[in-house]
Design a protein. Structure first.
Length: 498
């Protein structure tokens, strides 16, 4: 047995997976606590993470004991969202809340960082987050002993050892190097040493074992970013395969034999040496669904009724189109002034129509990305899906019909957990490589074929979606500028000297 965890932006998933890739135990617990604001989500509490991690661990260990499973737990692997930092002091206590990947405050330092380091620094990545604390709160920066990424912080809690997990050697360029840190004026010793994914980070300590129920002495292995784990957990390990990772944000990754140099697509080294994965992220895809359910005060156990209503509403949601661009990042395909739009709304539309329009709208954005892939010769007739949305057949069916591609749904939908298990079993010597483990452990539960007739309808709707997008651009730019002016006016009234 391997004990696996994945820290999402809003949910912690934990599981115990056997050598055949079967999920022996599973726990899913929200990381969002009562009265949490948007600023809290961008600045989550590491102490709360530990509290929830302990709860999930105890439930998993209790489950396998109650099932009288005799196979021992041989290792622990943790993955997580990123780039998210937890600054800790010499005792390992956080000096402040975590700095989330979704925190955009670091944008203001990008020009300054570029001048200091002679390189383009992404505001969502680790270096910009650390530099923001260095500049904004020097008194807290001085207390920092380690800047720990999200899963590394949990590993540190279990083992007492500070590391930074490196998916592959080429990833240091996206994280940091000693010479770049020195150029910023920061202390390179505050950044933990790199260890490659699959390396042992240490053993579960007695204190952590007593709290979590995980037997002390069990090895903890370096996991990786959630998107890397999803590639492993869907077996997106051969050229041409595509993975659609759903969650708070949504990412599309294509396994390719060479890098792609184009503005709106990002090339990362693949964990299979000599290969690459080409990606594009939709920051609003899952968040807009959360927004919708929050407006209706719906809890997760009430979502099913909305998904069940989808087949009863015709494609196009009775001539209702939603542009889901509610939030952008620097790496987004869409400009920052873009906002959400419902077009064609009438008094006859019900909340179920709005729900389906939202799902269709995010599907159209994915189709935009696939058009970019096709221009670069990246194409596939099938898409491997993962994440919470992939657990709903209705969602998979709409996505298949919009894209005109079959959807491959794995048995374990939280594929980061399967990816973590692939890492753990490979590290223990059961498999010769990560991709070999992926081949053996990933099971496709269902294949959903697109309906040719419905795909033609969605093609016409997609053309209308693009027209609405282009025609609303000038008005949204004006609206965005008016919003900025209003905010400046309010700020000036509150602080005339500013």
């Amino acid at each position: 047995m391997i004990l696996v965890f994945d820290f999402g932006t809003t949910v912690l998933k934990g599981g115990i997976i056997d050598l055949k890739g079967s999920l022996a135990a599973y726990v899913r617990q929200s990381l969002i606590y009562p009265f949490q604001t948007d600023s809290d989500i961008n600045s989550p509490s590491p102490e709360k993470w530990i509290e929830i991690f302990i709860s999930v661990s105890q439930k998993l260990i209790h489950t396998i004991k109650s099932m009288d499973i005799k196979a021992p737990v041989e290792g622990v692997v943790i993955s997580g969202n990123g780039p998210t930092f937890v600054p800790v002091d010499a005792k390992g206590s956080p000096v402040c809340n975590a700095i989330s990947w979704a925190d955009i405050q670091s944008r203001k330092y990008i020009k300054e960082l570029g001048e200091k380091t002679d390189k383009l620094v992404d505001p969502s990545f680790y270096l910009a987050k650390a530099y923001m604390l260095f500049k904004q709160k020097p008194e807290l920066y001085e207390q920092v002993r380690w800047f720990l990424p999200c899963p590394e912080y949990i590993s540190f809690f279990l083992t007492g050892n500070a590391n930074t997990f490196l998916p592959a050697p080429g990833y240091t360029a996206y994280m940091w190097t000693d010479d770049v840190i020195i150029k910023t004026g920061m202390d390179k010793d505050k950044f933990p040493p790199f260890i490659l994914m699959g390396s042992e980070t240490g053993k579960v300590g007695k204190a952590a074992g007593a709290k979590t129920g995980i037997p002390p002495g069990i090895p903890v292995f370096a996991g990786g970013p959630d998107f890397i784990m999803s590639l492993l957990g869907t077996d997106t390990m051969q050229v041409g395969r595509i993975c659609d990772r759903t969650g708070t944000s949504e990412g599309i990754n294509v396994f390719h034999h060479s890098p792609v140099h184009t503005k709106n697509l990002t090339t990362f080294p693949h964990i299979r040496e000599g290969f690459y994965h080409i990606s594009c992220v939709i920051p609003f895809a899952g968040k807009v669904l959360n927004w919708f359910f929050d407006l209706l005060h719906k809890k997760p156990d009430e979502y099913r009724q909305f998904y069940s209503s989808l087949p009863h509403i015709p494609p196009g949601s009775d001539a209702l189109i939603f542009l889901p661009h509610v939030e952008q990042t620097k790496s987004s395909l869409w400009p920052s002034y873009r906002k959400g739009v419902f077009a064609g709304l009438t008094i006859e539309h019900k909340k179920e129509h709005l729900f389906k329009a939202i799902i269709e709208g995010t599907g159209y954005t994915i189709r935009e990305i696939f058009e970019l892939f096709e221009k670069e010769g990246l194409n596939s007739e099938e898409v491997r899906v993962s994440g919470i949305q992939a657990s709903y057949e209705e969602w998979n069916t709409i996505r298949a019909n919009i894209l005109g591609r079959r959807m491959l749904v794995p048995t374990i939908k939280d594929t980061e957990l399967t990816g973590c298990a692939c890492v753990g079993y490979t590290s223990l010597g059961y498999f010769g490589s990560f991709h070999n483990a992926s081949e053996h452990m990933v099971c496709i539960e269902k294949i959903i074929e697109p309906d040719a007739g419905i795909h033609r309808i969605y093609t016409d709707l997609y053309d209308i979606y693009k027209k609405i997008y282009n025609q609303t651009n000038p008005a949204l730019q004006e609206l965005n500028e008016m919003r900025r002016m209003t905010l400046r006016s309010v700020q000036h009234k509150l602080n005339p000297d500013c």
